[in-house]
Ligand binder design. Structure first.
Ligand SMILES: CC(C)(COP(=O)(O)OP(=O)(O)OC[C@H]1O[C@@H](n2cnc3c(N)ncnc32)[C@H](O)[C@@H]1OP(=O)(O)O)[C@@H](O)C(=O)NCCC(=O)NCCS
Length: 435
Protein backbone atom coordinates (compact mmCIF):
# COMPACT_ATOMS: atom_id res chain seq x y z
CA UNK A 1 0.00 0.00 0.00
CA UNK A 2 1.50 3.37 -0.97
CA UNK A 3 1.15 6.54 1.14
CA UNK A 4 -1.86 7.81 -0.78
CA UNK A 5 -3.68 4.49 -0.62
CA UNK A 6 -2.95 4.31 3.07
CA UNK A 7 -4.23 7.85 3.67
CA UNK A 8 -7.38 7.19 1.58
CA UNK A 9 -8.06 3.96 3.42
CA UNK A 10 -7.53 5.59 6.80
CA UNK A 11 -9.81 8.53 5.94
CA UNK A 12 -12.51 6.14 4.75
CA UNK A 13 -12.58 4.46 8.17
CA UNK A 14 -13.02 7.76 10.07
CA UNK A 15 -16.83 8.00 9.81
CA UNK A 16 -17.15 4.49 11.18
CA UNK A 17 -14.78 5.26 14.03
CA UNK A 18 -16.95 8.17 15.15
CA UNK A 19 -20.16 6.22 14.55
CA UNK A 20 -19.01 3.31 16.76
CA UNK A 21 -17.47 5.39 19.56
CA UNK A 22 -19.33 5.07 22.90
CA UNK A 23 -21.65 2.42 21.41
CA UNK A 24 -22.17 -0.84 23.28
CA UNK A 25 -21.34 -4.01 21.34
CA UNK A 26 -22.02 -7.47 22.78
CA UNK A 27 -19.80 -10.10 21.16
CA UNK A 28 -20.46 -13.84 21.23
CA UNK A 29 -17.29 -15.91 20.92
CA UNK A 30 -18.31 -19.59 20.80
CA UNK A 31 -16.02 -22.26 22.20
CA UNK A 32 -15.01 -23.21 18.63
CA UNK A 33 -13.70 -19.66 18.12
CA UNK A 34 -11.65 -19.90 21.32
CA UNK A 35 -10.01 -23.07 19.99
CA UNK A 36 -9.22 -21.53 16.57
CA UNK A 37 -5.71 -20.19 15.71
CA UNK A 38 -7.34 -16.91 14.56
CA UNK A 39 -8.37 -16.17 18.18
CA UNK A 40 -5.26 -14.07 18.76
CA UNK A 41 -6.21 -11.82 15.82
CA UNK A 42 -9.78 -11.57 17.06
CA UNK A 43 -8.48 -10.52 20.48
CA UNK A 44 -6.31 -7.86 18.84
CA UNK A 45 -9.29 -6.56 16.85
CA UNK A 46 -11.48 -6.46 19.95
CA UNK A 47 -8.70 -4.60 21.76
CA UNK A 48 -8.58 -2.12 18.89
CA UNK A 49 -12.35 -1.53 19.15
CA UNK A 50 -11.95 -0.99 22.89
CA UNK A 51 -9.16 1.53 22.32
CA UNK A 52 -11.38 3.33 19.78
CA UNK A 53 -14.01 3.82 22.48
CA UNK A 54 -16.42 0.94 21.79
CA UNK A 55 -18.00 -0.42 24.98
CA UNK A 56 -17.46 -4.16 24.73
CA UNK A 57 -19.11 -7.08 26.47
CA UNK A 58 -17.60 -10.41 25.35
CA UNK A 59 -19.55 -13.59 26.08
CA UNK A 60 -17.52 -16.74 25.55
CA UNK A 61 -18.89 -20.20 24.90
CA UNK A 62 -17.31 -23.49 25.95
CA UNK A 63 -19.25 -26.28 24.28
CA UNK A 64 -16.38 -28.24 22.61
CA UNK A 65 -14.15 -27.75 25.66
CA UNK A 66 -16.91 -29.08 27.96
CA UNK A 67 -17.59 -31.97 25.54
CA UNK A 68 -13.91 -32.92 25.90
CA UNK A 69 -13.94 -32.60 29.69
CA UNK A 70 -17.23 -34.48 30.13
CA UNK A 71 -17.15 -37.27 27.55
CA UNK A 72 -20.42 -39.13 27.24
CA UNK A 73 -22.50 -36.46 28.98
CA UNK A 74 -26.17 -36.49 28.10
CA UNK A 75 -27.35 -34.02 25.43
CA UNK A 76 -31.12 -33.78 24.91
CA UNK A 77 -33.03 -31.87 22.25
CA UNK A 78 -36.27 -30.12 23.04
CA UNK A 79 -38.12 -27.90 20.52
CA UNK A 80 -35.07 -27.91 18.24
CA UNK A 81 -32.64 -26.77 20.96
CA UNK A 82 -29.97 -29.19 22.18
CA UNK A 83 -28.86 -28.86 25.78
CA UNK A 84 -26.65 -30.81 28.12
CA UNK A 85 -28.14 -32.37 31.23
CA UNK A 86 -25.86 -31.11 34.01
CA UNK A 87 -25.51 -33.01 37.28
CA UNK A 88 -23.56 -31.96 40.40
CA UNK A 89 -20.28 -33.38 39.10
CA UNK A 90 -20.93 -31.85 35.67
CA UNK A 91 -21.34 -28.32 37.02
CA UNK A 92 -18.03 -28.62 38.93
CA UNK A 93 -16.25 -29.63 35.71
CA UNK A 94 -18.03 -26.90 33.68
CA UNK A 95 -17.10 -24.22 36.23
CA UNK A 96 -13.47 -25.39 35.98
CA UNK A 97 -13.49 -25.31 32.16
CA UNK A 98 -15.06 -21.82 32.13
CA UNK A 99 -12.52 -20.57 34.69
CA UNK A 100 -9.69 -21.91 32.52
CA UNK A 101 -11.08 -20.32 29.33
CA UNK A 102 -11.71 -17.04 31.10
CA UNK A 103 -8.18 -16.81 32.38
CA UNK A 104 -6.84 -17.68 28.90
CA UNK A 105 -8.90 -14.80 27.48
CA UNK A 106 -7.69 -12.46 30.22
CA UNK A 107 -4.12 -13.48 29.42
CA UNK A 108 -4.72 -12.73 25.72
CA UNK A 109 -5.87 -9.20 26.52
CA UNK A 110 -2.92 -8.71 28.84
CA UNK A 111 -0.07 -9.49 26.45
CA UNK A 112 1.69 -6.27 25.60
CA UNK A 113 3.64 -7.61 22.61
CA UNK A 114 5.32 -4.73 20.75
CA UNK A 115 3.88 -4.11 17.26
CA UNK A 116 0.52 -5.58 18.31
CA UNK A 117 -2.55 -3.40 19.03
CA UNK A 118 -2.24 -4.49 22.65
CA UNK A 119 1.17 -2.91 23.11
CA UNK A 120 0.91 -0.32 25.90
CA UNK A 121 -2.89 -0.51 25.70
CA UNK A 122 -3.27 -1.69 29.33
CA UNK A 123 -6.70 -3.14 28.78
CA UNK A 124 -8.74 -3.87 31.85
CA UNK A 125 -10.85 -7.03 31.60
CA UNK A 126 -13.53 -7.58 34.23
CA UNK A 127 -15.55 -10.72 34.94
CA UNK A 128 -18.05 -11.24 37.72
CA UNK A 129 -21.46 -12.38 38.87
CA UNK A 130 -23.36 -10.21 36.42
CA UNK A 131 -25.88 -12.89 35.41
CA UNK A 132 -28.28 -14.65 37.73
CA UNK A 133 -29.77 -17.96 36.62
CA UNK A 134 -32.79 -20.16 37.12
CA UNK A 135 -33.13 -23.88 36.38
CA UNK A 136 -34.67 -24.92 33.07
CA UNK A 137 -36.49 -27.61 35.04
CA UNK A 138 -38.23 -30.53 33.40
CA UNK A 139 -38.97 -30.32 29.67
CA UNK A 140 -40.71 -33.13 27.83
CA UNK A 141 -40.12 -35.32 30.86
CA UNK A 142 -36.36 -34.65 30.98
CA UNK A 143 -34.92 -33.05 34.11
CA UNK A 144 -32.08 -30.80 32.98
CA UNK A 145 -30.93 -30.44 36.64
CA UNK A 146 -28.20 -27.74 36.80
CA UNK A 147 -28.62 -26.52 33.25
CA UNK A 148 -30.27 -23.13 33.48
CA UNK A 149 -31.56 -20.02 31.76
CA UNK A 150 -30.40 -16.44 32.39
CA UNK A 151 -32.78 -14.93 34.92
CA UNK A 152 -31.57 -11.39 35.55
CA UNK A 153 -28.79 -9.33 34.00
CA UNK A 154 -27.19 -6.87 36.38
CA UNK A 155 -27.07 -4.17 33.76
CA UNK A 156 -26.10 -1.27 36.00
CA UNK A 157 -23.04 -3.11 37.27
CA UNK A 158 -22.02 -4.01 33.74
CA UNK A 159 -22.50 -0.38 32.59
CA UNK A 160 -20.32 0.80 35.48
CA UNK A 161 -17.52 -1.51 34.37
CA UNK A 162 -17.90 -0.38 30.75
CA UNK A 163 -17.64 3.23 31.94
CA UNK A 164 -14.36 2.35 33.73
CA UNK A 165 -13.55 1.66 30.80
CA UNK A 166 -13.16 -2.10 30.94
CA UNK A 167 -14.01 -4.98 28.65
CA UNK A 168 -16.62 -7.10 30.42
CA UNK A 169 -15.99 -10.82 29.91
CA UNK A 170 -18.88 -13.18 30.68
CA UNK A 171 -18.83 -16.96 30.91
CA UNK A 172 -21.82 -19.19 30.20
CA UNK A 173 -22.46 -19.58 33.90
CA UNK A 174 -25.04 -18.01 36.17
CA UNK A 175 -25.81 -18.18 39.85
CA UNK A 176 -29.13 -18.60 41.61
CA UNK A 177 -29.87 -16.28 44.56
CA UNK A 178 -28.83 -19.17 46.84
CA UNK A 179 -25.40 -19.28 45.16
CA UNK A 180 -26.00 -22.43 43.10
CA UNK A 181 -24.11 -22.22 39.77
CA UNK A 182 -26.01 -23.16 36.61
CA UNK A 183 -24.64 -23.97 33.19
CA UNK A 184 -26.06 -21.56 30.58
CA UNK A 185 -26.02 -21.40 26.79
CA UNK A 186 -23.59 -18.63 25.75
CA UNK A 187 -25.88 -17.41 22.96
CA UNK A 188 -28.76 -17.03 25.41
CA UNK A 189 -26.52 -15.01 27.74
CA UNK A 190 -25.29 -12.83 24.86
CA UNK A 191 -28.83 -12.19 23.61
CA UNK A 192 -30.22 -11.30 27.04
CA UNK A 193 -27.27 -9.03 27.84
CA UNK A 194 -27.52 -7.25 24.46
CA UNK A 195 -31.25 -6.63 24.86
CA UNK A 196 -30.91 -5.56 28.50
CA UNK A 197 -28.09 -3.12 27.70
CA UNK A 198 -29.97 -1.86 24.64
CA UNK A 199 -26.77 -2.57 22.72
CA UNK A 200 -26.06 -1.03 19.34
CA UNK A 201 -24.77 -4.36 18.09
CA UNK A 202 -24.83 -8.04 18.93
CA UNK A 203 -22.00 -9.70 17.01
CA UNK A 204 -21.84 -13.48 16.64
CA UNK A 205 -18.58 -15.08 15.54
CA UNK A 206 -19.42 -18.13 13.50
CA UNK A 207 -17.79 -20.82 11.38
CA UNK A 208 -19.63 -19.36 8.36
CA UNK A 209 -18.53 -15.98 7.06
CA UNK A 210 -22.10 -14.94 6.14
CA UNK A 211 -25.52 -16.23 5.18
CA UNK A 212 -25.88 -16.98 1.48
CA UNK A 213 -29.00 -17.15 -0.71
CA UNK A 214 -30.08 -20.10 -2.85
CA UNK A 215 -27.53 -19.09 -5.53
CA UNK A 216 -24.68 -18.99 -3.02
CA UNK A 217 -24.52 -15.17 -3.03
CA UNK A 218 -23.85 -13.35 0.23
CA UNK A 219 -26.86 -11.84 1.97
CA UNK A 220 -25.28 -8.69 3.39
CA UNK A 221 -28.44 -7.49 5.04
CA UNK A 222 -31.53 -9.23 6.30
CA UNK A 223 -34.61 -8.14 8.25
CA UNK A 224 -35.72 -10.46 11.08
CA UNK A 225 -39.01 -10.96 9.24
CA UNK A 226 -37.14 -12.45 6.24
CA UNK A 227 -34.97 -14.74 8.36
CA UNK A 228 -37.12 -17.89 8.15
CA UNK A 229 -37.39 -17.68 4.36
CA UNK A 230 -33.64 -17.03 4.00
CA UNK A 231 -32.76 -19.96 6.26
CA UNK A 232 -34.97 -22.34 4.32
CA UNK A 233 -33.52 -21.23 0.96
CA UNK A 234 -29.93 -22.17 1.79
CA UNK A 235 -28.04 -24.98 3.49
CA UNK A 236 -27.10 -23.62 6.90
CA UNK A 237 -25.17 -25.42 9.66
CA UNK A 238 -27.14 -25.85 12.93
CA UNK A 239 -24.81 -23.54 14.91
CA UNK A 240 -25.07 -20.80 12.26
CA UNK A 241 -28.83 -21.21 12.21
CA UNK A 242 -28.88 -20.83 16.00
CA UNK A 243 -26.69 -17.71 15.84
CA UNK A 244 -28.83 -16.07 13.15
CA UNK A 245 -32.01 -16.86 15.07
CA UNK A 246 -30.40 -15.29 18.15
CA UNK A 247 -29.52 -12.13 16.16
CA UNK A 248 -33.08 -11.87 14.81
CA UNK A 249 -34.58 -12.23 18.31
CA UNK A 250 -32.17 -9.63 19.72
CA UNK A 251 -33.05 -7.15 16.97
CA UNK A 252 -36.72 -7.86 17.65
CA UNK A 253 -35.93 -7.07 21.30
CA UNK A 254 -34.52 -3.63 20.46
CA UNK A 255 -30.85 -4.24 19.65
CA UNK A 256 -30.14 -1.92 16.72
CA UNK A 257 -28.22 -4.44 14.64
CA UNK A 258 -27.07 -8.07 14.70
CA UNK A 259 -23.97 -9.16 12.83
CA UNK A 260 -22.64 -12.57 11.83
CA UNK A 261 -18.90 -12.70 11.09
CA UNK A 262 -16.38 -15.48 10.61
CA UNK A 263 -14.02 -16.49 13.40
CA UNK A 264 -11.78 -18.14 10.83
CA UNK A 265 -11.07 -15.15 8.57
CA UNK A 266 -8.43 -12.76 9.88
CA UNK A 267 -9.86 -9.21 9.96
CA UNK A 268 -13.50 -10.20 9.28
CA UNK A 269 -14.73 -8.18 12.27
CA UNK A 270 -12.93 -5.00 11.18
CA UNK A 271 -14.01 -5.39 7.56
CA UNK A 272 -17.62 -5.84 8.70
CA UNK A 273 -17.56 -2.77 10.94
CA UNK A 274 -15.37 -0.34 8.99
CA UNK A 275 -16.37 -0.82 5.35
CA UNK A 276 -19.55 0.23 3.60
CA UNK A 277 -20.47 -3.21 2.29
CA UNK A 278 -19.16 -5.34 5.14
CA UNK A 279 -18.24 -9.00 4.70
CA UNK A 280 -20.72 -10.82 6.94
CA UNK A 281 -24.48 -10.73 7.35
CA UNK A 282 -26.21 -7.90 9.18
CA UNK A 283 -29.67 -8.28 10.69
CA UNK A 284 -31.66 -5.04 11.21
CA UNK A 285 -35.30 -4.03 11.23
CA UNK A 286 -36.41 -2.58 7.91
CA UNK A 287 -38.06 0.46 9.40
CA UNK A 288 -34.94 1.34 11.38
CA UNK A 289 -33.19 1.69 8.09
CA UNK A 290 -35.52 4.44 6.95
CA UNK A 291 -33.28 6.94 8.72
CA UNK A 292 -29.74 5.89 9.53
CA UNK A 293 -26.24 7.25 9.95
CA UNK A 294 -24.65 8.07 6.61
CA UNK A 295 -21.71 6.07 5.35
CA UNK A 296 -19.04 6.90 2.76
CA UNK A 297 -21.02 4.96 0.15
CA UNK A 298 -23.88 7.49 0.53
CA UNK A 299 -21.71 10.40 -0.54
CA UNK A 300 -22.74 10.33 -4.20
CA UNK A 301 -26.47 10.22 -3.30
CA UNK A 302 -26.06 13.10 -0.84
CA UNK A 303 -24.23 15.16 -3.46
CA UNK A 304 -27.04 14.46 -5.97
CA UNK A 305 -29.62 15.75 -3.52
CA UNK A 306 -27.83 18.84 -2.24
CA UNK A 307 -25.92 20.15 -5.31
CA UNK A 308 -29.04 21.63 -7.06
CA UNK A 309 -30.08 23.26 -3.77
CA UNK A 310 -26.58 24.72 -3.35
CA UNK A 311 -26.69 26.08 -6.89
CA UNK A 312 -30.07 27.65 -6.14
CA UNK A 313 -28.60 29.27 -3.02
CA UNK A 314 -30.94 27.35 -0.69
CA UNK A 315 -28.08 25.48 0.99
CA UNK A 316 -24.55 26.69 1.76
CA UNK A 317 -22.00 25.15 -0.59
CA UNK A 318 -19.91 22.28 0.77
CA UNK A 319 -16.90 20.86 -1.04
CA UNK A 320 -16.68 17.12 -1.61
CA UNK A 321 -13.69 17.01 0.74
CA UNK A 322 -15.72 18.67 3.47
CA UNK A 323 -18.60 16.24 2.90
CA UNK A 324 -16.19 13.31 3.08
CA UNK A 325 -14.79 14.60 6.35
CA UNK A 326 -18.21 15.30 7.83
CA UNK A 327 -20.03 12.24 6.55
CA UNK A 328 -20.12 10.75 10.07
CA UNK A 329 -22.29 13.71 11.15
CA UNK A 330 -24.91 13.05 8.44
CA UNK A 331 -28.13 11.07 8.65
CA UNK A 332 -29.82 9.76 5.52
CA UNK A 333 -33.45 8.82 4.93
CA UNK A 334 -34.12 5.77 2.77
CA UNK A 335 -37.15 4.59 0.86
CA UNK A 336 -36.94 1.04 -0.50
CA UNK A 337 -33.19 1.10 -0.06
CA UNK A 338 -32.68 4.40 -1.92
CA UNK A 339 -31.29 7.47 -0.22
CA UNK A 340 -33.95 10.16 -0.60
CA UNK A 341 -32.91 12.76 1.96
CA UNK A 342 -30.19 13.85 4.33
CA UNK A 343 -29.33 16.18 7.16
CA UNK A 344 -26.24 16.89 9.24
CA UNK A 345 -25.76 17.38 12.97
CA UNK A 346 -22.78 19.55 13.87
CA UNK A 347 -21.98 19.75 17.61
CA UNK A 348 -21.73 23.31 18.94
CA UNK A 349 -21.17 23.24 22.69
CA UNK A 350 -24.38 22.32 24.50
CA UNK A 351 -26.45 22.67 21.37
CA UNK A 352 -26.23 21.02 18.04
CA UNK A 353 -26.59 22.62 14.62
CA UNK A 354 -28.92 20.95 12.18
CA UNK A 355 -27.76 21.65 8.66
CA UNK A 356 -28.14 20.52 5.10
CA UNK A 357 -31.72 19.29 5.59
CA UNK A 358 -32.84 18.21 2.16
CA UNK A 359 -35.19 15.72 0.52
CA UNK A 360 -34.96 14.70 -3.13
CA UNK A 361 -37.63 16.66 -5.09
CA UNK A 362 -39.33 13.43 -6.20
CA UNK A 363 -39.92 12.49 -2.57
CA UNK A 364 -40.91 15.90 -1.11
CA UNK A 365 -44.36 16.36 0.43
CA UNK A 366 -44.89 12.63 0.13
CA UNK A 367 -44.39 10.22 2.93
CA UNK A 368 -42.80 12.61 5.41
CA UNK A 369 -39.13 11.89 4.68
CA UNK A 370 -38.29 15.39 5.95
CA UNK A 371 -40.26 14.91 9.16
CA UNK A 372 -38.63 11.51 9.73
CA UNK A 373 -35.17 13.00 9.29
CA UNK A 374 -36.03 15.77 11.71
CA UNK A 375 -37.37 13.32 14.32
CA UNK A 376 -34.29 11.10 13.99
CA UNK A 377 -31.96 14.11 14.24
CA UNK A 378 -33.70 15.30 17.40
CA UNK A 379 -33.58 11.78 18.87
CA UNK A 380 -29.86 11.49 18.13
CA UNK A 381 -29.15 14.94 19.61
CA UNK A 382 -31.18 14.17 22.72
CA UNK A 383 -29.41 10.82 23.13
CA UNK A 384 -26.04 12.57 22.87
CA UNK A 385 -27.07 14.92 25.68
CA UNK A 386 -27.57 18.21 23.77
CA UNK A 387 -29.91 20.82 25.29
CA UNK A 388 -31.16 22.32 22.07
CA UNK A 389 -30.99 22.10 18.32
CA UNK A 390 -30.84 25.06 15.93
CA UNK A 391 -30.97 25.57 12.20
CA UNK A 392 -30.35 28.48 9.83
CA UNK A 393 -32.68 28.53 6.87
CA UNK A 394 -33.64 30.90 4.08
CA UNK A 395 -36.52 28.87 2.59
CA UNK A 396 -38.02 26.53 5.13
CA UNK A 397 -38.77 28.72 8.13
CA UNK A 398 -42.46 27.73 8.19
CA UNK A 399 -41.66 24.06 7.84
CA UNK A 400 -39.35 24.15 10.86
CA UNK A 401 -41.90 26.26 12.80
CA UNK A 402 -44.56 23.64 12.04
CA UNK A 403 -42.16 21.07 13.46
CA UNK A 404 -41.78 22.87 16.81
CA UNK A 405 -38.86 25.24 16.12
CA UNK A 406 -39.06 28.86 17.31
CA UNK A 407 -37.50 31.90 15.78
CA UNK A 408 -34.33 32.98 17.55
CA UNK A 409 -31.51 35.37 16.82
CA UNK A 410 -27.89 34.94 15.79
CA UNK A 411 -26.93 36.31 19.24
CA UNK A 412 -28.40 33.17 20.83
CA UNK A 413 -26.01 30.89 18.94
CA UNK A 414 -22.78 29.57 20.53
CA UNK A 415 -19.90 32.03 19.99
CA UNK A 416 -18.03 30.01 17.30
CA UNK A 417 -21.25 29.72 15.26
CA UNK A 418 -21.96 33.46 15.62
CA UNK A 419 -18.54 34.12 14.12
CA UNK A 420 -19.53 32.00 11.10
CA UNK A 421 -22.89 33.74 10.65
CA UNK A 422 -23.09 35.42 7.26
CA UNK A 423 -25.45 38.43 7.59
CA UNK A 424 -25.64 38.78 3.80
CA UNK A 425 -27.41 35.45 3.57
CA UNK A 426 -29.94 36.77 6.05
CA UNK A 427 -30.92 33.26 7.06
CA UNK A 428 -33.45 32.88 9.84
CA UNK A 429 -32.27 31.22 13.04
CA UNK A 430 -34.70 28.67 14.45
CA UNK A 431 -34.18 26.90 17.75
CA UNK A 432 -35.86 23.98 19.48
CA UNK A 433 -35.30 22.98 23.11
CA UNK A 434 -34.79 19.24 23.51
CA UNK A 435 -36.56 18.53 26.74
C1 LIG B 1 -37.96 21.22 3.76
C2 LIG B 1 -37.93 19.79 3.27
C3 LIG B 1 -36.71 19.09 3.85
C4 LIG B 1 -39.22 19.07 3.75
O1 LIG B 1 -39.18 17.72 3.31
P1 LIG B 1 -40.53 16.87 3.06
O2 LIG B 1 -40.16 15.43 3.01
O3 LIG B 1 -41.25 17.43 1.90
O4 LIG B 1 -41.33 17.21 4.39
P2 LIG B 1 -42.59 16.47 5.02
O5 LIG B 1 -43.14 15.45 4.08
O6 LIG B 1 -42.21 16.03 6.37
O7 LIG B 1 -43.59 17.71 5.12
C5 LIG B 1 -44.32 18.11 4.03
C6 LIG B 1 -45.17 19.31 4.43
O8 LIG B 1 -44.30 20.44 4.67
C7 LIG B 1 -44.61 21.47 3.74
N1 LIG B 1 -43.36 22.07 3.31
C8 LIG B 1 -42.37 21.48 2.61
N2 LIG B 1 -41.39 22.38 2.40
C9 LIG B 1 -41.77 23.53 2.98
C10 LIG B 1 -41.18 24.81 3.10
N3 LIG B 1 -40.01 25.10 2.56
N4 LIG B 1 -41.85 25.76 3.78
C11 LIG B 1 -43.04 25.50 4.32
N5 LIG B 1 -43.66 24.30 4.23
C12 LIG B 1 -43.02 23.33 3.57
C13 LIG B 1 -45.32 20.81 2.59
O9 LIG B 1 -46.17 21.68 1.90
C14 LIG B 1 -46.09 19.72 3.27
O10 LIG B 1 -47.23 20.27 3.88
P3 LIG B 1 -48.64 19.50 3.84
O11 LIG B 1 -48.40 18.24 4.63
O12 LIG B 1 -49.56 20.44 4.49
O13 LIG B 1 -48.90 19.25 2.40
C15 LIG B 1 -37.93 19.71 1.71
O14 LIG B 1 -39.01 20.48 1.22
C16 LIG B 1 -36.65 20.24 1.07
O15 LIG B 1 -35.73 19.48 0.81
N6 LIG B 1 -36.58 21.53 0.79
C17 LIG B 1 -35.42 22.14 0.16
C18 LIG B 1 -34.24 22.27 1.09
C19 LIG B 1 -34.49 23.17 2.27
O16 LIG B 1 -35.11 24.23 2.18
N7 LIG B 1 -33.95 22.76 3.42
C20 LIG B 1 -33.99 23.49 4.65
C21 LIG B 1 -32.73 24.25 4.80
S1 LIG B 1 -31.79 23.72 6.15
Amino acid sequence: MNTQDYARWFRATTPYISAHRRQTFVVLLPGEALAHPNLINIAHDLALLHVLGVRLVVVHGARPQIDAALPGSRIETCKGVSRRVTDANGIRVIAGVCGQLRSEMEALFSTGVPSSPLHNAEIQVVSGNFVTAKPIGVLDGIDYQLTGLPRRIRAQRIEKMLDAPAIVLLSPLGFSPSGQPFSLAADEVAERVAVRLNAAKLIAFDEASCLVDGDGLRLGHLAPSSMDAALSAAQVAPATRQHLAMLARAVGGGVASGQLVSYEDDGALLAELFTADGVGTQVTEDDRRLVRRAEQRDLADIVDIIRPLEQAGVLVKRSRDQLEREIGEFLVAEVDGFVVGCCALHPAGKCVQLACVAVHPAYRNAGGAGARLLAAAEDAARKDGYDSIFVRTTQAQDWFAENGFQEGSAAELPAPKQALYNPQRNAKVLIKTLT
